[in-house]
Design a protein around this ligand. Sequence first.
Ligand code: 9D3
Length: 242
Amino acid sequence: MNFYVLTLFPEMIEQGLSTSITGRAMQKGLVSLSAVNIRDYAANKHKKVDDYTYGGGAGMLMQAQPVYDACMAVQSGLEKPARVVYMTPQGSIFTQQKAKELAQEENLIILCGHYEGIDERVLEEVVTDEISIGDYVLTGGELPAMVVIDTVSRLIPGVLGNGVSADTDSFMNGLLEYPQYSRPEVWRDKAVPAVLLSGDHAKVDQWRREQSLKRTKERRPDLYEKYMEEHPEAEKKGKRKG
Ligand code: 9D3
């Protein structure tokens, strides 16, 4: 899969994704990343890409022309037009479902705004999808773009290590992860739960499942309700005392 990121801060994108699993995916050739500097497409000799907003108000806006030309330069190198995802606080909230959908694409263009945003006219011309990563205010679309690329990349076959599944279809799907432990068996007087040392795999599975349900109910009641609606058989058999 090929990602093309249109941004005023290409080095931020490159550096942010060059290490760890995404970096390895690029080295392996499973994913490519091209960070395109929108400033390179400024038509004026001062390389200016922003201006004041008509109608007044604070802050500067990214102008239509350099954004359009940068986007077209990428599109014209592709066999068929790619989807253009605009990272914006006004977009739909990014979900695992949306990541799965985007992972089916061969090429993806991601547009990052900065300043107060981008001239609406170019957005109307080039953008196919608008995504927000959540209800909080960032300084630009670069971190959100990295979030999308990271999430989509790990769904591409071969990106995760051998035998590690992207786990979105495992039985834990829709539930929070159970707690995990490694050596030593006792740390600062805290022992690893005995069931995990029992060697009884059925019991371990059952314990993990209970822990997942308990955590999800406590921490994400929204997810718990949804899970129970979809898996009515999962309702915990009341553990009777005495
Ligand atoms: C005029 C009002 N501005 C401040 C409230 C709007 C505004 C424009 C641009 C606020 C933040 C930004 C920069 N953020 C993004 O580009 C962004 C973002 C975010 O801030 N939160 C969650 N997801 C995203 S995706 C892109």
